[in-house]
Design a protein around this ligand. Structure first.
Ligand SMILES: [Zn+2]
Length: 366
C-alpha cells in the first residue's frame, strides 16, 4: 500500500508544495502502516508497551478517543523511538483527529489531538472512462477520496457518467511535515455529457456541506438532518446479506457522524413517536405534511420531545449516537411517504436548514 501511495503521489500537482516549510523535528517520525488485523493496543505492544503500560494507558481519559478512532490500512501512523521514549500517533481515517501515546521513562501519556493537521491544497486533474470513482482511486490510491466524491455529488447519479474530465481541489493533511491523508474536497468540477457539474464545499462549525452554487436544490422537500454528509451506507431496499445471502434491506441512509452531533429537523412537522427499540436504539419519528414521515435511529439518548410536539425545520431535535444495533457512531435517517420508504437522498437538499442562510449569503456575494 505504501509503495502505491508513493508512486501515485507523483501524478498529483503540488501547487503549494513550494510554500511548504518543515520544522526540523519533522524527520524524526517514521511513517508506518497498519497490517490487516492490527489495532491500536496490538501496535502498542509491538512497539514496546508492556501489559502494565497498556493497562495504564487504557485507564487514562483520552484512551476512549483512541478506542473510537477509525484506523485503516490506507492511513499511516507515526512512530518515534529513542532510547528513553516511544511515541506513536494514530490518525482517524475519516475525521480530523488523532491520538498521541507516549511512553517516556516509565510514564505513560495518552493525549487526543483535535486539530492535528496543517492543510495544503492540491489540484487533481484527469479524465475518466468508466466509473469516475475508480479513476480517482487509481490516481490517488485513496478510498476516502473516491467515496467522498460520491458523498458530495449525492444529488447526481455519477454512475451515469461514462467518460469525461475532472478537476478537484483537495486538502492534503500533514502532520509534522508528513502527508497523512487527503482531507476535504473543497471544489469539484466534472465535465461530462456536455455539462459541467460543480460542487463547492462550505465549512460549518460542525462539519461542512457541498453545494452546487448554480442550483442549490431549493425545490427539494427536506433539508439534510446533519451539517456534514458522509454516507456510510446508502438506501438499498433489496440488499442481500453478503454472507448468508438473506435479504437484509436498508430502508434509510446512514450518515457517519460522531456521537453527540446535533440532528436538525429537515422539515416542519409533529413528533409522532419517541422511544427505544433493540435494533433502532433510541429513536424519533416526525410526521410532516402530505403523508411524509421521517425517522432518526441510534440516537445517543432519548430525545427530550413528546408525542404531538410541533417542530420547525432547522430545530435541533436530537443528538446522534451509537445505540441499538450499530457498529459505529452514525445517524440512520429514514423517509416514508404514505407508508412507503423512499431513498432520502432523492428528497434532500444538499445542505441542512441551519446552513442555508450562510450559504445563500456567500453565493449572493459573488
Ligand atoms: Zn441505517
Amino acid at each position: 500500500m505504501r509503495h502505491l501511495l508513493q508512486s501515485s503521489v507523483f501524478q498529483l500537482c503540488f501547487c503549494l508544495l513550494s510554500m511548504l516549510t518543515v520544522s526540523p523535528s519533522a524527520f524524526s517520525y517514521q511513517m508506518r502502516y497498519l497490517q490487516s488485523g492490527d489495532h491500536a493496543l496490538g501496535l502498542l505492544r509491538k512497539h514496546g508497551f508492556t501489559n502494565s503500560d497498556r493497562e495504564k494507558a487504557s485507564s487514562l481519559p483520552d484512551f476512549k478517543t483512541l478506542a473510537s478512532l477509525t484506523l485503516n490500512l490506507e492511513n499511516p501512523y507515526l512512530l518515534e523511538k529513542t532510547k528513553t521514549k516511544v511515541e506513536i500517533i494514530f490518525f482517524d481515517a475519516t475525521r480530523e483527529r488523532a491520538v498521541q501515546v507516549i511512553k517516556s521513562r516509565g510514564q505513560i501519556q495518552v493525549k487526543s489531538l483535535s486539530n492535528p493537521y496543517r492543510k495544503q491544497k492540491v489540484t487533481l486533474k484527469g479524465s475518466f472512462r468508466g466509473p469516475i470513482a475508480n479513476q480517482i482511486f487509481r490516481q490517488t490510491r485513496s478510498r476516502w477520496l473516491s467515496t467522498r466524491l460520491h458523498d458530495i455529488y449525492f444529488t447526481e447519479d455519477l454512475s451515469d457518467l461514462s467518460s469525461g474530465q475532472y478537476q478537484l481541489e483537495v486538502e492534503k493533511l500533514l502532520y509534522s511535515g508528513k502527508v497523512i491523508r487527503f482531507g476535504e474536497i473543497l471544489k469539484a468540477e466534472i465535465k461530462a455529457k456536455g455539462r459541467r457539474y460543480v460542487r463547492e464545499f462550505h465549512p460549518l462549525k460542525t462539519g461542512g456541506v457541498a453545494v452546487n452554487p448554480k442550483d442549490p436544490g431549493l425545490e427539494r422537500d427536506f433539508f439534510a438532518p446533519v451539517t456534514y454528509l458522509r454516507i456510510a451506507s446508502p438506501f438499498s431496499p433489496r440488499r442481500l446479506h453478503p454472507v448468508t445471502g438473506r435479504r437484509l434491506p436498508h430502508m434509510g441512509v446512514d450518515f457517519d457522524i460522531p456521537v453527540g452531533t446535533a440532528v436538525y429537523a429537515p422539515k416542519r412537522g409533529v413528533v409522532s413517536r419517541v422511544g427505544y427499540q433493540k435494533g433502532a436504539g433510541h429513536y424519533l419519528m416526525i410526521r410532516h405534511a402530505s403523508g411524509w414521515e421521517s425517522m432518526y435511529f441510534h440516537l445517543s439518548r432519548a430525545p427530550r420531545l413528546r408525542q404531538g410536539q410541533k417542530i420547525e425545520a432547522g430545530e435541533i431535535i436530537a443528538l446522534s449516537g451509537n445505540s441499538g444495533y450499530s457498529t459505529s457512531p452514525h445517524l440512520h435517517f429514514g423517509l416514508r411517504r404514505k407508508g412507503r420508504f423512499v431513498d432520502p437522498l432523492d428528497y434532500m437538499k444538499e445542505y441542512p436548514k441551519i446552513a442555508e442562510m450562510k450559504i445563500l449569503r456567500s453565493i449572493a456575494q459573488r
